[in-house]
Design a protein around this ligand. Structure first.
Ligand code: NAP
Length: 323
């Protein structure tokens, strides 16, 4: 299958490109400000996708891909607030254009959405629950979901995903990396005991996105996550223990009430029900223990970690990728 992948220089996009290569597909990987450098991916290019028609319409028409995976985006609440025009173009305009093109080419579109289309009041969200986004990030992602389904018709999937964990080349992007970087700098981290998330690993999600390209009978909005809904505090404690660190030395439990105004726009419980996708895919839902087992100490924290724990970091390959 020929797959055009946007956002290939990003955290999720890179893992998705690797998953597509592992599964024997031909990938054309598109970066934004950077050129993708991904083992096994032969064709790479850079394009500013805020104006997608100018940037990639010719490419799409010439290449006639079997599938498009959209991992490009402005992926946080803070980044969207800082650049609202870019957020609207990239998070909503780009998926609308890709959905129209997928429909025109009779190819698949697999678009990545977010748990933040919900307000977090209810928790255990089903894919049919009414989204109520609390911020511009959630609003632009919700706009995209509607357009992807309207214009992509039965060719398109919008997959809502939660906070993503994994290892990144710079070692400073995912949750465990940010925690270890803070702790190695002598800081402690306040973590909410009453904010629930259901983390997923980037490598597992990469497999799911590619499997969705392969499964042309699936369209619509779906949910995917890890198996366990945990408080941010529990997530931090289990990460600390996984790395042989005493959680009480590095983590302070806190609550939304104690944080006051600072927590006003934070969603409380974004846990997901994974039905019906869980029963339809070959890719398995991972336990949090499995997600932990993929986490590695970022290179810049290795000396500090060895001093703290007496453990030497052995670099391992996670699904063939050496960080
Ligand atoms: N990370 C999470 O925990 C999480 C959770 C839920 C949903 N998601 C969703 O997952 C998707 C990927 O997130 P991520 O964490 O992988 O984000 P990321 O690491 O920031 O990657 C974003 C990608 O978008 C590209 N991009 C940005 N501006 C662009 C532009 N003007 N033109 C072309 N490409 C551009 C970036 O390219 P350059 O870097 O080369 O500029 C990068 O490849 C997003 O849709 C996000 O909403 C993420």
């Amino acid at each position: 299958m020929k797959i055009i992948l946007t956002g290939a220089t990003g955290f999720l996009g890179r893992e998705t490109a690797l998953a597509a290569v592992r599964r024997g597909h031909q990938v054309i990987a598109i970066g934004g400000s950077r050129m993708p450098e991904i083992p096994g991916v032969g064709r790479t290019l850079q394009a500013d996708l805020t104006e997608p028609q100018q940037a990639i319409e010719t490419l799409l028409l010439n290449e006639f891909p079997d599938a498009i995976i959209n991992c490009a985006g402005v992926p946080t609440m803070e980044a969207c607030d800082a650049a609202p025009e870019k957020a609207e173009k990239l998070n909503a305009g780009l998926p609308r254009f890709l959905a129209m093109m997928a429909n025109h080419l009779s190819g698949r579109l697999v678009h990545v959405s977010t748990d933040m289309v919900f307000d977090g009041d209810k928790g255990n969200y089903e894919h049919t629950d009414k989204p109520i986004p609390l911020n511009l990030y959630g609003q632009t992602k919700l706009m995209a979901e509607k357009d992807v389904l309207q214009f992509g018709k039965n060719h398109a999937v919008a997959l809502r995903v939660p906070v993503i964990s994994g290892n990144t080349p710079a070692g400073d992007k995912s949750l465990h990396e940010r925690l270890l970087v803070q702790w190695s700098a002598g800081k402690t981290t306040p973590l909410f005991t009453d904010e629930i998330r259901q983390p997923v690993s980037a490598s597992n999600l990469g497999d799911v996105l590619v499997e969705l390209c392969e499964r042309s009978n699936l369209s619509g909005v779906y949910h995917w996550a890890g198996a366990e809904a945990l408080s941010r505090h529990e997530i931090g404690v289990r990460i600390a223990k996984h790395f042989g660190l005493a959680p009480e030395k590095f983590i302070t439990p806190t609550t939304h009430a104690a944080a006051g105004e600072k927590a006003a726009r934070r969603a409380r419980d974004l846990s997901f029900i994974l039905h019906p996708l869980q029963g339809k895919l070959k890719t398995r839902v991972q336990s949090f223990e499995e997600i932990l087992s993929e986490m590695q100490v970022p290179a810049q924290c290795a000396v500090w970690h060895a001093e703290q724990t007496g453990r030497t970091v052995v670099r391992r390959l996670v699904k063939g990728v050496d960080f």
